[in-house]
Write a protein that binds this ligand. Structure first.
Ligand SMILES: *Cc1c(COP(=O)(O)O)cnc(C)c1O
Length: 338
């Protein structure tokens, strides 16, 4: 048995999802004629209380379009130091949109609302114009941490008062919604743009959506074309995404439970220095000097378990749709005897 805990992106479509893909009605989406894509965009937008949606090949593209259509070159984006759109998107904010980034040091990837006002530049020609605040929920590098809704509201309040755009990088927002029992519409209405991912926890093979006002999505549509992201009969992929929204959200609670069990086990093992709080489906833990990161990953691999290094002496494990209870039992056994 191979157990892949490297990411929640490693899942394969389920038989039900494949059936939905096989029977999808499709058309040329560059002409706006793919009914499965149009339906998915409308469905996701309605869910999050936004006017419109844009189906894109990746979460990196939805984040980058969101930045591009809500800033001008020379302006500044505020985000947390762990933010995916700062760390893991190849410098896209500067390359695609000519923006600088203002980093805030938060708690496990989450920004303290009280920290925002002090990071907004005054109206003085020396400074970049602060234009956008981006939050990530859940935070990947923060170990799957979830914002409290009250904090997201407080940040939104500041953005409104200061005339700033407010983006949610929600690659794993469904994990946050399930964990905190929050209605997507209630969270969604706070933002001027939202990026959601269908191929992480939800198990679709490809796809992310950008959500926002009709005007924002219209500009995003043009930008997607410019970036080479206009797809044709991609309704086969959109059908997988719609199926995922219908069938794979509630079950994320199982991923969270399994992650918690692994986290609790790790906390009692001699080679573990610390385990970050496990709130959702991500487990990040530190190794003592008993193993180097490579040695530890090698030992796991020799027992058929894949994981990734997440920094010096840090390991990340991610539970997902294809990680079963049998695999959980096996994982716990291996960790205990390593
Ligand atoms: C994975 C991820 C992305 C980017 O998604 P891709 O589809 O891999 O480009 C963006 N933000 C966060 C928080 C992610 O975890």
């Amino acid at each position: 048995m191979t157990i892949d805990l490297r990411s929640d992106t490693v899942t394969k479509p389920t038989p039900g999802m494949l059936e939905a893909m096989y029977s999808a009605a499709v058309g040329d989406d560059v002409f706006g004629e793919d009914p499965s894509i149009n339906a998915l965009e409308a469905k996701a937008a309605a869910m999050f209380n936004q006017e419109a949606g844009l189906f894109c090949p990746s979460g990196t593209m939805t984040n980058q379009i969101a930045i591009n259509v809500q800033t001008n070159p020379g302006e500044e984006v505020i985000c947390e130091q762990y933010a995916h759109l700062y760390r893991y998107e190849g410098g896209g904010a500067s390359a695609n949109s000519g923006c600088s980034i203002r980093l805030i040091k938060g708690d496990r990837g989450m920004i303290d609302p009280a920290a925002i006002p002090g990071e907004i530049n005054p109206a003085d020609d020396h400074f970049p114009i602060t234009r956008l605040v981006a939050v990530e929920n859940t935070s990947n590098k923060g170990g799957g941490s979830c914002y409290r809704l009250a904090d997201l509201k407080a940040i939104g309040q500041t953005c409104q008062e200061k005339g700033l755009n407010y983006h949610l990088d929600g690659a794993r927002v469904f994990n946050a919604l399930v964990k905190t029992g929050t209605d997507p519409g209630e969270m969604g209405r706070l933002f001027t743009s939202i990026s959601i991912c269908l191929s992480k926890g939800l198990g679709a093979p490809v796809g992310s959506l950008l959500l926002g006002s009709k005007a924002l999505i219209k500009r995003g549509h043009r930008r997607r074309k410019l970036m080479g992201g206009g797809m044709r009969q991609a309704g086969y992929l959109a059908a997988a995404g719609s199926y995922a929204l219908d069938h794979h959200i509630e079950r994320l609670a199982e991923d969270h439970q399994r992650a918690k069990t692994i986290g609790d086990t790790l906390a009692g093992l001699p080679f573990v220095d610390h385990v970050m709080p496990v709130e959702t489906n991500i487990i990040v833990f530190g190794l003592t000097d008993r193993f180097t990161t490579d040695e530890f990953l090698g030992r796991l691999e020799s027992h058929g378990i894949k994981a990734v290094a997440f920094g010096p002496q840090l390991i990340r494990l991610v539970t997902h749709l294809d990680f079963t209870d049998d695999m959980l039992t096996e994982t716990i056994d291996v960790l205990k005897k390593i």
